[in-house]
Design a binder for this molecule. Structure first.
Ligand SMILES: [Cu+2]
Length: 131
C-alpha cells in the first residue's frame, strides 16, 4: 500500500478539524458582548455618548445564536430586556445581578430587534439585532 493512501485522509481530517475550530472561534467571537470597564462609574461615563457601555453595540446575530455577556467592569450590572421606561422590562430575558468577571447567556430563537439595559445603571443600554 502506498504511503499517500494514509497521508491524504489524515491531512483531510486535520484540515477539517482546523476549519471547524476556526468556525467555532469565529462564531463565539461574534456572539459575545462585554459590559465595558467604567460603565457604572458615574451617571455619565464616556461609553454612554458612544453607546458602547455594552460592546459591541448593536450586536447583529443569526436566529438561534446564543449571546454571552461578560461583565468586564468592577461593579455589578444586569442585562435586562426592554427599555428603562417600559413596563415590560425583563420579560424576554433578565440576567439578574452579574458580578464582575461573571457571564450571562441567552439564546435568541426569534428574529427581531431586542433592546436591553442595566437595571442598576439605566443609562447603560444596548441592542441585539437577530436576522
Ligand atoms: Cu450596571
Amino acid at each position: 500500500m502506498k504511503r499517500s493512501s494514509f497521508i491524504i485522509p489524515i491531512i483531510a481530517v486535520i484540515i477539517g478539524i482546523a476549519f471547524l475550530t476556526f468556525f467555532e472561534v469565529y462564531r463565539i467571537a461574534n456572539t459575545s458582548v462585554d459590559i465595558t470597564h467604567g460603565s457604572g462609574s458615574s451617571t455619565h461615563p464616556d461609553c454612554v455618548s458612544t453607546k458602547s457601555c455594552y460592546y459591541p453595540n448593536p450586536l447583529i446575530i443569526s436566529r438561534g445564536d446564543t449571546v454571552t455577556w461578560t461583565n468586564k467592569d468592577s461593579l455589578r450590572h444586569t442585562v435586562t430586556s426592554g427599555i428603562p421606561t417600559g413596563d415590560v422590562a425583563g420579560t424576554i430575558f433578565d440576567s439578574k445581578v452579574i458580578e464582575p468577571e461573571q457571564t450571562f447567556k441567552f439564546t435568541f430563537t426569534n428574529t427581531g430587534t431586542y433592546d436591553y439595559f442595566c437595571i442598576i445603571h439605566p443609562w447603560i443600554q444596548g441592542q441585539i439585532i437577530v436576522k
